[in-house]
Design a protein around this ligand. Structure first.
Ligand SMILES: [Zn+2]
Length: 433
């Protein structure tokens, strides 16, 4: 067994351990109603949310077991070396071969994910009344996201491999520059050209609410024209609100499902929270954090790329440059795992800041609390995450603690939707409020 194999198993076991801890906690504590949820949740609703969380966890576990088994078999069973040789023999030129090599792996990953995606959407989501996607729409979404994925992956991989050929000493810096520029450009292009392929965005369709959002935006010093609603209900009954973009492309998007579930005061509370993200430049900060990490990753990849011991880590004798990059990306994902709490912690900090901003702006912490309770109950969120699991993974502070803080005497504001569960194509892009 190579060191890399052992590291993979160690990370995999840690993930399983955290997941098990979280689910056992839910099974033990999931029968009690958290403070602040008494009016909205009864025993039956708690049981439903518990079963829904467990059903999703079972699909996630199956996907992660199958995915890991296939990846380990491919990497350490000789598949990588064979595939590498086959692609090199098929296509002339290292850049073209590299792009094809990565596209092939991307397609394999997509195919592998199809049965799990179908199970989530037409199994779990349908059983709990969330799914509204038809098989036809699901297929159309898959085809479109594949098309987008292939174009973006080809551009990124082609450019990075081309830079590697052109400047073997400094490619990592050029490649990082290209990656940074590409990421920023996508923030501008995605709302214009990619998201409309899947969703229809329009100004909030409720005159009174729209006027109140405009007043709120005036007080916050923001342009209301970029508070939009999206037809998320075409695909799913889940509700959410998101904030995205930097500079002049910042915008707030409310799911139409959220608008039908919440009272106007609650919608305003959620909008105010999103405005907090906007005013406090959270997207730019997160992007800066991610790009710093990417710079370090490119530099380390440069240092290790020509290391003679690299192929031996997966039991291979010889690997092309792009196959070496693949091995490095696996190493990178393992190295990132222990750093997960850093980015989760930064995100939770931003959520708390946006919450404080929202309460200052609206002066209505109770509306935020009831909006949170609705988000949690309508989406069947896990109201009892294990504290260690939440500390490690959660991008938002656990719901029950936030509601309790809002309902408490020294109300510290907070809105934000439940943690996203699994990967669901039925939800609009970008993470929740
Ligand atoms: Zn938020």
């Amino acid at each position: 067994m190579t060191t890399l194999f052992a590291c993979y198993l160690a990370v995999f076991a840690s993930r399983l351990g955290l997941r098990r801890l979280n689910l056992r906690h839910l099974q033990r504590r999931g029968h009690t109603v958290p403070p602040g949820f008494e009016a909205a949740v009864d025993a039956q609703q708690l049981a439903r949310s518990r079963e829904y969380t467990l059903a999703n966890a079972r699909v996630d576990l199956a996907e992660s077991l199958v995915g890991s088994a296939v990846l380990l078999g491919f990497l350490f069973g000789g598949g990588l070396e064979l595939y590498d040789r086959w692609v090199l023999a098929l296509v002339p030129g290292p850049v073209l071969a590299g792009v094809l090599f990565l596209l092939g792996l991307h397609w394999a990953q997509t195919l592998l994910g199809v049965p799990f995606g179908l199970t989530r959407t037409f199994g779990v989501e349908a059983r709990y009344g969330f799914n509204r996607t038809t098989p036809r729409l699901w297929l159309a979404d898959l085809a479109k996201s594949e098309l987008v994925g292939v174009v973006l992956l080809s551009i990124l991989a082609g450019a990075i491999l081309g830079l590697l050929q052109a400047s073997p000493r400094w490619w990592w810096l050029w490649a990082w520059g290209f990656f940074a520029g590409f990421s920023v450009l996508m923030l501008y292009l995605s709302p214009q050209f990619i998201e409309p392929l899947f969703f229809h965005f329009e100004p909030v369709q409720a005159p009174d609410l729209e006027r109140r959002i405009r007043d709120l935006a005036d007080r916050a010093g923001l342009g209301v024209s970029r508070v939009l609603q999206v037809d998320a209900s075409r695909r799913s009954g889940h509700s959410n609100a998101t904030f995205s973009g930097i500079g002049r492309v910042k915008r707030i998007v409310l799911f139409d499902t959220l608008l039908t579930q919440m009272a106007p005061d609650e919608v305003l509370a959620v909008v105010a929270h999103e405005m907090g993200h906007w005013k406090l430049h959270h997207m730019a900060r997160r992007l800066g954090f991610a790009l710093l990490g990417a710079l370090a990753a490119f530099w380390v990849a440069h240092l290790l790329l020509t290391w003679s011991g690299l192929p031996g880590l997966v039991g291979a004798e010889q690997l092309s440059t792009h196959a070496r990059l693949l091995v490095l990306s696996v190493i990178g994902s393992l190295a990132r795992f222990p750093l997960t709490p850093l980015s989760s912690g930064l995100s939770r900090r931003h959520e708390r800041q946006a919450d404080r901003y929202a309460t200052d702006l609206t002066g209505a912490p109770r509306s935020l609390a009831s909006a949170l309770v609705k988000l949690g109950t309508e989406n069947l969120a896990n109201l009892h995450p294990h504290p260690l699991y939440a500390w490690f993974y959660f991008s938002h502070p656990p719901l029950s603690g936030r509601v309790a803080a809002l309902e408490g005497p020294a109300a510290v504001p907070d809105p934000c939707p439940p943690e996203s569960r699994g990967h669901n194509r039925n939800r609009p892009p970008s993470p929740g409020p």
